[in-house]
Write a protein that binds this ligand. Structure first.
Ligand SMILES: Cc1cc2nc3c(=O)[nH]c(=O)nc-3n(C[C@H](O)[C@H](O)[C@H](O)COP(=O)(O)OP(=O)(O)OC[C@H]3O[C@@H](n4cnc5c(N)ncnc54)[C@H](O)[C@@H]3O)c2cc1C
Length: 531
């Protein structure tokens, strides 16, 4: 059986970062297992966000359970299944979060995770090419970050409308002050996606001490009593075992709790129901699940040539392709949103509680992301720090069966109120005078939806996830509600840690790629004895 110092399961945002950092020390022998392929031909192009959203070649294509809170709809849950994980298929929006997020983690008992502790990790991971090193922004990290270069009179009108509606702008929302309507910073450089595969894993693969195995589906971790001794995975139809001093699960918010349960770690009743021997009771495995529910309003536009529905359809698609090939710019180089808003729904709030994504086109269906036929724009809004808690648990002892995902979106009154207020703020921006020249009728939901109840019902009936599942192996001091401690060790099991978005105790205020990479950086420091 092959022996390593470290086995990392999942080559995503956190796992890929961790593998690269650990192998900086030549004596560390590391095995990185990834269920997906080594690459996908579309991945480096930012448009791959749309092209891979329903593509099984790079995506797990999970689905939620139908739940009454969201009109019993089955909501698609895409996750990256390729080297780089979700960082290879995501919407490329780069957000650190608010200092308050991490100070809250520290306040919940996670020593070493306050903003003061994690800010240097955010600095070291990035090379913000449009920054000058102020605000703690990185200038020589492995992952290049740039501000969207796309210009469009619609953006100017939206900035002016936001100002007219009473919202400020902000020169750097990834500083300690997030508030404002802003041009998006992205994990894109010169039109190419800056995934963890490209920025961390591929350079590290030149090292002899990193062994990367792709198309390797981890089935379970191997336990000797209360000690983890390695993993069992399937490769080319064969079951393979590997041993390590430390095993780190980095399979993401959906799959890390699944692998624990398949290994006999979790809620005893649930494991027994599926015929799995209980090796270690941990009630919080798969619980404390949070995600962002994303409500999108679509407006028709009077001016066609500011909307990519007009500029990127038919012959326009060819023009955009030529532009992309020649300059690395245009439609195919955009992140999921070129403008963002981090705003307060109530003036007395200390920091923003909603995030908006302002998009110069609309899609027919978020499941396939096909462009709508008419000139239009979208603004989407989610509450930054949702309170509602869902769960992710196995539905079967079969490691290939997708787990049961229950969002429980909008269960909490705070979430309902913030989403309703955020919805009204989207309309407030677009109704402002500077948008008069562009705004046509609201296409979806349309003017018939007005009262708080109508808005909330519409959100329940139509909204999707913003693709940020977190919390299912929550970090914190040992207790009913946590799975790992602040050194990311699974409570009660030796030699097993978890490093990915599943350990977030609460939702960071924004998109979750940068905080997931930060977890990989932090895990590396802990294992190197530097944290
Ligand atoms: C469609 C989409 C759009 C998004 N847009 C943005 C955005 O614009 N900005 C942003 O900041 N965030 C975005 N996110 C979220 C962000 O990308 C994720 O939060 C982040 O990548 C999670 O990192 P992770 O390390 O926890 O998991 P992942 O990066 O998902 O990595 C988990 C890895 O584990 C592998 N794996 C799972 N199970 C097994 C197994 N049994 N055996 C072996 N390997 C396994 C997976 O294949 C995957 O490679 C988006 C996500 C998606 C899916």
């Amino acid at each position: 059986m092959a022996e390593y110092d470290y086995i990392i399961v999942g080559a995503g945002s956190a796992g890929g970062t961790l593998a690269a950092r650990l192998t900086e020390i030549p004596t560390n022998k590391v095995l990185l297992l990834e269920a997906g392929a080594a690459s996908h031909p579309y991945s480096r192009m930012p448009l791959s966000f749309g092209l891979l959203i329903d593509n099984p070649a790079a995506n797990w294509l999970y689905q939620s359970e139908p739940e009454p809170n969201t009109a019993n709809r089955v909501i698609p849950v895409p996750r990256g299944k390729v080297l780089g994980g979700s960082s290879s298929i995501n919407g490329l929006v780069w957000v650190r979060g608010q200092p308050l997020d991490f100070d809250t983690w520290a306040q919940m008992g996670c020593r070493g995770w306050s903003w003061r502790d994690v800010a240097p990790l955010f600095t070291r991971m990035e090379n913000f090419v449009d920054g000058d090193g102020s605000n703690g922004r990185g200038t020589d990290g492995p992952l290049k970050v740039s501000t969207v270069p796309d210009q469009n009179p619609l953006y100017d009108a939206l900035f002016a409308a936001s100002k007219a509606a009473g919202f400020k702008t902000n020169p750097d929302y990834n500083s300690e002050d997030q508030e404002g309507v802003v041009k998006t910073q992205t994990s894109i450089y010169k039109g190419r996606r800056m995934s963890v595969a490209h920025c961390y894993i591929e350079p590290a693969m030149k090292r002899p001490n990193l062994h990367v195995v792709t198309n390797a589906h981890t089935l379970r971790v191997l336990l000797d009593g209360k000690r983890c001794i390695g993993v069992e995975y399937e490769k080319d139809g064969k079951t393979v075992q590997a041993r390590a001093k430390e095993t780190i699960l980095s399979a993401g918010g959906v799959a890390s709790p699944q692998i624990l349960e398949l290994s006999g770690i979790g809620q005893p009743e649930l494991l027994k129901k599926h015929g799995i021997e209980v090796k270690h009771e941990l009630k919080a495995v798969g619980e404390n699940f949070r995600d962002h529910i994303n409500a999108r309003i679509i407006w028709r536009l009077k001016v066609a040539n500011v909307s990519y529905n007009h500029m990127a359809r038919g012959i326009g698609a060819v023009t955009q392709m030529m532009k992309y090939l020649a300059t690395g710019g245009g439609f195919m180089s955009l992140p999921s949103a070129p403008l963002l808003g981090f705003l307060k729904t109530r003036p007395e709030l200390e920091t923003p509680d909603v995030q908006m994504h302002l998009v110069p086109y609309s899609i027919k269906d978020p499941k396939t992301r096909k462009l709508q036929d008419f000139p239009s724009m979208t603004i989407a809004c989610y509450q930054l720090r949702p309170e509602s808690l869902g769960s992710i648990h196995i539905r079967s002892a079969d490691p290939k069966a997708h787990p049961s995902i229950r969002f429980n979106f909008l269960a909490d009154r705070i979430d309902q109120d913030a989403m309703t207020a955020g919805f009204r703020m989207m309309r407030r921006i677009v109704d402002a005078k500077p948008m008069d020249a562009y705004r046509d009728e609201e296409f979806s939901p349309g003017p018939s939806v007005q009262s708080d109840e109508e808005i909330l019902t519409w959100i329940r009936n139509n909204s999707q996830t913003a693709y940020h599942p977190i919390g299912t192996c929550r970090m914190g001091p040992e207790g009913q509600n946590t799975v790992v401690d602040d050194k990311l060790r699974v409570h009660g099991i030796q030699g097993l840690r978890i490093a990915d978005a599943s350990i977030f105790p609460t939702m960071p205020s924004g998109n979750t790629n940068a905080p997931s990479i930060m977890v990989g950086e932090k895990m590396a420091d802990i294992l190197k004895g530097a944290a």
